[in-house]
Ligand binder design. Structure first.
Ligand SMILES: [Zn+2]
Length: 549
């Protein structure tokens, strides 16, 4: 390979010290003084002592990556889900390169990820320098941890291998593309738990080929659950906001998603916020919980409602100062704070395996955002056998279970709309049980046993269909009134819980959603008449069947 380092490269880096203007010059000298060294900050735990032993699939991934590069691939993506030890694989690559006397740069796109990586490297005994604004230090090391923003400004140091963390962000980043184009011919390995961003495999003229040419899959989420490295999850979807008219646009990953400014409008409603707390008390009381909200105001509302219910909850965002943030997360880890709510800051890099419950209150259409949020509760821990997801965002029934196998191909950037807008799925999307809101793909609910009546078995004439369509748009008050009366009938006659949902759907053509479990004092002639009508119809249908048999 042409880009191999010689020993003199390693000892005397060719890094262009005077490239950037003014501000950084003094910082290069600072390498001797050791200014703010991220390694000196207390670790956030969880990483464990540095170890050389890799899990079998991790070793295999390292081998496959090396083979791909040896076979002429220059830009390679590694797909390695949350909890699979992506950083361990990255560190194995770094060690391998270093042992051959090569120089490696490990790029991150956020300051805190630079710091976190430096800490992990130190724990694992990997000597390294840092290139990140004024924290830049020891640039002579053969292993460098760098911020893409700083490197885009100052230029790429002389290296033989570029490793990019959170590499799904590369597609949407001009800085990354420019740096990769300038580093022509130097092997690039992207690491990502969610390599689903649009255009990761798109052809660029300046690169003379696809952004990433090939992908190695270390393991999939179902693989990891099977092997016990992740836990499976139960999902309940008790309510979801009405997303009609909510604006959508491309997010930083190139996914079409609800816009941040507009999504709060749909989600931040008192009845929806109240519903979140009610269902948490019903299904998740006393479990360590992380909540993702639509925006800061929404997150704070949720926290307030938890307080009203006597549950310890705290909010965190990018404006929370560092010391406060640490204190909050420490309280979450000790259990003093039961529910931690945020918008997105905990979606990446926050590691608290004991966290069992996830409240999804931020509607999204982005697979990346979704998988990142879900990843927070899938890590195994002695205190839990399964994770619990309370979906108040419609995400699970929109995107599927977060524990499914997701696309294993890089997106080449061709419009998806041409294929009908949606990825085609091999399995049907899961649905929430109308009776207990457990999300499932099977017909009969495994939790409460409720079995929705199959519509195809019901004899519906064209006129009825029109009627149903109209009724489904009935005002909420009318629906609640009807629902409450059905509850009255069910309780007086001791019917099973599913009975109400079935009768409700017979009438309105939709399952009851967002109804309060308030029992009516009496049953109107209209409702009893309707139930009578159903009884007669069903008896008749049965009679016909017997007659025909
Ligand atoms: Zn059920």
């Amino acid at each position: 390979m042409e880009n191999m380092s010689t020993a003199s490269d390693v000892l005397a880096p060719r890094y262009p010290l005077a490239r950037a203007s003014g501000d950084c010059a003094s910082n290069w000298d600072a390498s001797k003084k050791r200014r703010v060294n991220p390694e000196d900050q207390p670790g956030q735990g969880g990483a464990g002592p540095g170890t050389l032993s890799l899990r079998p699939y991790q070793s295999l991934a390292v081998q496959n990556l090396r083979r791909a590069l040896a076979g002429g691939i220059v830009r390679e993506m590694l797909c390695s889900p949350t909890g699979s030890g992506k950083t361990e694989i990255g560190m194995a690559l770094v060690r391998g390169a270093r042992s051959k006397g090569k120089r490696v740069v490990f790029l991150c796109n956020r300051v805190h990820l630079v710091e976190q990586t430096a800490r992990r490297f130190k724990k694992a005994g990997i000597d390294h320098g840092v290139i990140q604004g004024e924290n830049t230090t020891r640039v002579y090391e053969s292993v460098l941890v760098g911020s893409i923003q700083t490197i885009a400004r100052r230029g790429m140091p002389a290296v033989d291998l570029i490793i990019i963390d959170e590499a799904h962000t590369v597609a949407g980043s001009k800085e990354y593309r420019a740096v990769i184009a300038a580093a022509k011919g130097i092997p690039v390995i992207g690491l990502s738990a969610t390599p689903y961003a649009r255009g990761l495999g798109k052809h660029y003229d300046e690169l003379g080929g696809p952004l990433f040419e090939h992908m190695t899959v270390a393991a999939t989420i179902p693989d990891l659950i099977e092997a016990g490295y992740l836990v499976d999850c139960d999902v309940y979807a008790p309510s979801e906001p009405d997303m009609t008219g909510i604006k959508q646009a491309r997010n930083a990953f190139g996914d079409i998603d609800y816009t941040d400014t507009d999504v709060g409008r749909a989600a931040n409603k008192p009845e929806l916020v109240g519903d979140i707390v009610t269902h948490w008390l019903r299904l998740a009381r006393g479990t360590p919980t992380v909540c993702f909200a639509a925006n800061i105001a929404h997150s704070k509302h949720i926290v307030e409602r938890f307080h009203v219910a006597g549950v310890s909850a705290e909010h965190i965002d990018c404006y929370t100062d560092e010391e406060e943030r640490r204190a909050i997360l420490a309280r979450v880890e000790t259990g003093e704070t039961m529910v931690i709510s945020n918008v997105g800051i905990l979606a990446e890099g926050w590691d608290f395996p004991a966290c069992r419950t996830l409240i999804l209150a931020r509607p999204t259409r982005s697979l990346i955002r979704y998988i990142q949020m879900a990843g927070r509760v899938l890590r195994p821990h002695a205190s839990k056998e399964r994770a619990l997801i309370l979906d108040h965002s419609g995400s699970v029934t929109r995107l599927g279970f977060p524990t499914e196998e997701f696309p294993l191909e890089l997106d080449d950037g061709t419009p998806r709309d041409a294929k009908g807008g949606q990825e085609k799925r091999e399995t049907p999307l899961p649905k929430a049980c109308p009776s207990c809101s457990y999300v499932k793909t099977v017909h009969k609910c495994p939790v409460c046993g409720f079995e929705p009546e199959r519509r195809a078995n019901v004899d519906v004439r064209a006129g009825d269909l029109v009627q149903v369509a109209k009724k489904s748009k009935a005002p909420k008050m009318e629906k609640q009134d009807f629902y409450s009366q059905l509850l009255r009938v069910a309780s007086s006659k001791n019917y099973k819980p599913g009975w109400v949902a079935n009768k409700y759907r017979e009438y309105f053509g939709v399952w009851p959603h967002g109804m309060e479990d308030v029992i009516a004092h009496e049953v109107s002639p209209q409702v009893s008449g309707f139930l009578m009508h159903l009884q007669i119809r069903n008896a008749k249908a049965k009679g016909d069947k017997h007659a025909g048999a």
